[in-house]
Design a protein around this ligand. Structure first.
Ligand code: 1HN
Length: 364
């Protein structure tokens, strides 16, 4: 650091000490840290294997009851670049939740919003603001910010799903409120699957329903419709970067399902290798069907059915399905936050025909 002619190193030392004592800091020593040329993230790309998720979820079921206070039997995916911070990316919480036959999880509400992506089981439910949403594999169920929600499994099989929450972001914004419902479960005041009847076909909505909040009024996006939409599009259109990728939409707005989180379903067709690109948002993926690989910043992450992985912000990534079966990825993304703040950017990888060189392979 250059000094003015009259200044001495001693005077500077005293000055810096005085600044600190008065809770002030110079910008000029921190400029490069505060204003990197492009986003720098502590979030690391990482993958969690289904064999681990499933066996550890089952063990949690043998050891841990679901009670008030603990609230849920949830195993969070912790980013190794953010240990001790309960987050999968800097903004997103992803987890698996395990509910055994006959079990209930107590009703509560909180300002962090959540989605459930059902991995295994048919017929358990989440109740959301008085409406019972019956869930099966491939369903996407929303619990928007501050909605009462509780879960129950009245089936004969254990149920496991992915939880996705904006909790890290909301916590960083000091915006977290939590309230337990006075009873263990909330009363069901609406017809079963009510929001599905109102909005479930996507192309029509009741004329008298006005948009109330920023979240989607459709609480359960059923797998049969998701699957049909993917199948239809597969015959006619695909993105060079994401192949047959579709976003779940809020039927009121056409926008993301939650103001903080977008959800995608994407079919990577057999033999496809997408082109690489990067975006300022982060994403957490769940491999719903099939197997393949995602190359993130030159590292290849091979994935199989049930695995989950995180793509950090501003990281080059491309997907490949070298098998002859379809691969289907579900993901949560913090894109709506970046877009709302004018911070969303994307860039295509131009070198090498749009493909990264693979320099390492994830071992886990
Ligand atoms: C929560 O309330 C649920 O309602 C799941 O099922 C995961 C993770 C962090 C904080 C609250 C649920 C959660 C959560």
């Amino acid at each position: 650091m250059a000094l003015k002619e009259a200044a001495t190193v001693d005077a500077l030392q005293v000055f810096y000490t005085d600044l600190e004592r008065k809770h002030l800091a110079p910008l000029w020593t921190a400029t490069a840290d505060l204003l990197p040329r492009e986003p720098k993230t502590k979030v690391l790309p990482f993958l969690w294997r289904w064999s681990d998720l499933w066996s550890l979820a089952q063990r949690s079921g043998e050891l841990i009851p679901i009670e008030r206070g603990g609230e849920r039997r949830v195993l969070a995916l912790i980013n190794p670049g953010l240990t001790g911070r309960y987050r999968t990316s800097h903004t997103l919480w992803a987890a698996v939740q395990y509910l055994q036959p006959g079990e209930r999880a107590p009703a509560h509400r909180h300002t962090p919003a959540a989605i459930r992506w059902i991995i295994q089981g048919e017929g358990s439910y989440t109740a959301v603001d008085g409406e019972k949403c019956v869930m099966g594999r491939g369903d996407l169920v929303l619990t928007p910010a501050w909605s009462w929600h509780d879960h129950g499994n009245d089936t004969q099989e254990p149920m496991i799903w992915m939880d996705g929450l904006d909790l890290p972001l909301v916590n960083d914004l000091d915006g977290t409120f939590f309230e337990p419902y006075p009873d263990f479960s909330q009363p069901l005041t609406k017809p079963e699957n009510d929001s599905e009847r109102r909005y479930g076909l996507g192309q029509l909505k009741p004329t008298w329903e006005k948009q109330l909040g920023p979240a989607s009024p459709l609480l359960n996006y059923k797998w049969n419709q998701t699957s049909e939409a993917l199948g239809r599009l597969a015959g006619s259109g695909a993105s060079p970067f994401d192949d047959v990728a579709m976003e779940f939409i809020n039927p009121h707005t056409g926008g993301p399902v939650l103001p903080t989180m977008a959800c995608w379903i994407q079919l990577i067709r057999p033999g496809i290798r997408t082109r690489a690109h990067r975006q300022t948002n982060s994403a957490v993926y769940q491999v719903f069907e099939g197997s393949g690989a995602t190359i993130i910043n030159g590292k290849r992450f091979d994935w199989k059915k049930g695995d989950m992985f995180v793509v950090p912000p501003w990281s080059w990534h491309e997907h490949a399905n070298p098998t002859d079966a379809e691969a289907i990825l579900f993901s949560i993304q913090d894109t709506p936050v970046m877009a709302a703040l004018g911070l969303y950017r994307e860039q295509a990888y131009e070198e090498n025909g749009g493909h990264q060189e693979v320099v390492s392979t994830f071992q886990g």
